[in-house]
Write a protein that binds this ligand. Structure first.
Ligand code: SF4
Length: 107
């Protein structure tokens, strides 16, 4: 299993995996990806929506049951809903999307 990147951590050098090194969040404020309860997660989602590795990020977050933060454009609550609907990292990788409606569509 791949490890999940930490938003805001620069993984462009050293032990980074193939997708983590292209994480757009490594170039931004990590606090954006951990909004306090009730705070706005849209700034992080906007960055994720422009990130070329969002599919891999979301897939790994689902596989790892990542409990915090925004990953692949989705906060933990939405990732939990995907898992509850049977959407795994493999489904995300196969469909190459992070859009919940497409991921939850009948297979
Ligand atoms: S999708 Fe978002 S959280 Fe994941 S690597 Fe890209 S910017 Fe970071």
């Amino acid at each position: 299993m791949s490890r999940v990147t930490q938003p805001g951590v620069d993984l462009t050098e050293g032990e980074s995996g193939p997708w983590e090194s292209r994480a757009l969040c490594a170039q931004t404020d990590p606090e954006l990806f951990y909004p306090e309860k009730g705070h706005d997660s849209r700034p992080a989602k906007r960055i994720c929506n422009r990130c070329e590795v969002a599919v891999d990020c979301l897939a790994d977050a689902l596989d790892g049951r990542e409990p915090y933060g925004v990953r692949g454009g989705l906060p933990e609550r939405q990732r939990r809903a995907l898992l509850k609907a049977g959407v795994t990292g493999d489904v995300v990788r196969a469909r190459r999307t992070t859009v919940p409606a497409l991921l939850m569509a009948p297979r």
